[in-house]
Design a protein around this ligand. Structure first.
Ligand SMILES: [Zn+2]
Length: 483
């Protein structure tokens, strides 16, 4: 096709979508159109255009933030109806066959199940696999625990949590999770850094949150994002019950790719993750997505920051600084979703922070030029190797600046029916306000990730309160409270 034909405007695409109602969301089995193109739109006003595309129900595949390019997944009609308009331009169109499965090297659900079983047999002292629930179609959702004391159910170590593939088509993310498991187990005996991570932390990994969607990617539609509820599916990462559907960050339309589901937390995949997070109470976490080379952190609704924004932003900045971009100079871009892209509601990181005090991050792995399913031989190893510096940093950070301790009574019984509030006394910009109240874990342990500085901790339990001042430096400070 003539390249000039595609020097077109955003308005034309929007018009085309409106004129042909459900375009962009074709169905496979009823003969209707399916999405088979990714159109890269060079935007003049990046965030305004993103917002508009979302409002129109577009499936946003990914972006290139520094180039101001937005990738849209569309079908034949949208591509064919493009008309020359003023304004933005089309940088390129990638056409693919959605019936063509990803490269054979990528891990399928059945392969994952086998691989985890084999790894557990090979490293029974380090690793345990358990099911945390079943998907809509009855597939077990696997969680892996890696620790030096793996058989202990309540170890006294910081928990760091990694998960992948909320979104079915993002096949590289499961590769990252599989690589984490492989490195931590097979290198434990010969790499002192890895031994330290495993000895000092309790590490949990869910390599495939959405196995039904992934099955669909392999069998009928390589661009499938959601789970498979009633055929139309739900975006599992818009279904979490914190500000569910609250800030135009998801869709109420079943056919949209960001459909939030019939009610908050309605999906079995969401519930499985929620149950696990409630049980293990991670200190830090990474949810792997693709693509766009970003590090995202809460909150995700327009204009909102967490009360410990400076800490979260600093950890996010350091994490991003460990991840060089693939095609360009520089590193992954850190920020909240609404600052970099658009508002999101019902996402896992907002819920994990608000409900369980986790410092949670999303990493959007891979650049726009690789997309969702880059050549396995060309990109798989490079990508997972690059990601090691990021998850390694999380495992280091759990042992760095922060305050951790136990709350117990005079008989030595651990107390958890209380809260810890953190007040910054000096060391940062804002020296006056109470930063945050944290819940104590069921095993009586609390763990606050902080910046270095002087803090006052107040623990309230059973109607009594105790305050202590503590100076936090570069390492984790231990501080117990006895009532
Ligand atoms: Zn995703």
């Amino acid at each position: 096709m003539n390249q000039n034909y595609f020097r077109l405007g955003i308005c034309a695409i929007i018009f085309a979508v409106q004129a042909s109602y459900s375009l962009g969301h074709g169905k496979l089995n009823n003969g209707a159109e399916i999405n088979s193109h990714i159109v890269s739109v060079k935007s003049k006003d990046f965030k305004a255009d993103l917002k508009e595309f979302i409002a129109k129900g577009y499936d946003i595949a990914g972006v290139d933030v520094s180039a101001g390019i937005i990738d849209l997944v569309v079908n034949d009609s949208v591509v064919n109806m493009l008309r020359v308009e003023k304004g933005q331009s089309i940088e390129g169109i990638k056409t693919f066959d959605p019936l063509m499965a990803p490269d054979a090297g990528y891990t399928t659900y059945d392969e994952l199940t086998l691989l985890l079983n084999k790894a557990q047999q090979a490293f029974p002292d380090l690793m345990q696999v358990e099911s945390i629930g079943k998907s809509h179609e009855g597939r077990e959702i696997w969680a892996v625990k890696i620790s030096d004391s793996v058989e202990q159910s309540e170890s006294d170590e910081p928990v760091v949590f990694f998960n992948a593939m909320h979104h079915a088509r993002e096949v590289m993310t499961t590769e990252v999770a599989v690589d984490i498991i492989g490195r931590l187990t097979s290198e434990y005996g010969r790499n002192s850094k890895i031994k330290n991570w495993v000895d000092r932390n309790e590490i949990w990994i869910v390599p495939m949150v959405n196995p039904d969607g992934n099955n669909k990617v392999w069998t009928s539609n390589s661009m499938w994002r959601k789970n498979t509820r009633e055929g139309h599916g739900v975006d599992v990462n818009r279904n979490y019950p914190y500000k569910w559907g609250a800030c135009n960050g998801s869709s109420g339309n079943k056919s949209d790719d960001t459909y939030r589901g019939p009610s908050a937390g309605s999906e079995p995949e969401t519930q499985a993750l929620m149950g696990l997070i409630a049980k293990i109470k991670p200190v830090l976490s990474i949810s792997y997505h693709s693509y766009s080379e970003l590090v995202l952190y809460p909150y995700s609704c327009e204009g909102e920051h967490t009360p410990i924004h400076e800490t979260i932003a600093n950890v996010g900045q350091t994490l991003a600084g460990r991840l060089p971009k693939d095609g360009a100079s520089g590193y992954y871009t850190p920020g909240t979703s609404w600052e970099i892209l658009y508002g999101v509601d019902g996402g896992d990181i907002d819920w994990a922070y608000a409900e369980h005090d986790v410092l949670p991050f999303v990493i959007e792995v891979s650049s726009k030029s690789q997309g969702f399913q880059p050549s396995f031989t060309q990109w798989r190893q490079r990508t997972v190797e690059k990601m090691r510096a990021g998850w390694g940093y999380m495992l280091d950070r759990a042992g760095q600046s922060g305050i951790r301790g136990r709350v117990f009574d005079k008989q030595g019984r651990q107390l958890y029916n209380g809260s810890v509030s953190l007040e910054l006394l000096s060391g940062q910009k804002d020296t006056s306000k109470s930063l945050r109240t944290f819940k104590i874990k069921p095993n009586g342990v609390y763990h606050l990730v902080t910046e270095p500085g002087m803090y006052r901790l107040t623990v309230v339990s059973q109607g009594e309160s105790i305050s202590k001042d503590v100076l936090v430096g570069g390492t984790l400070t231990n501080l117990d409270f006895e009532f």
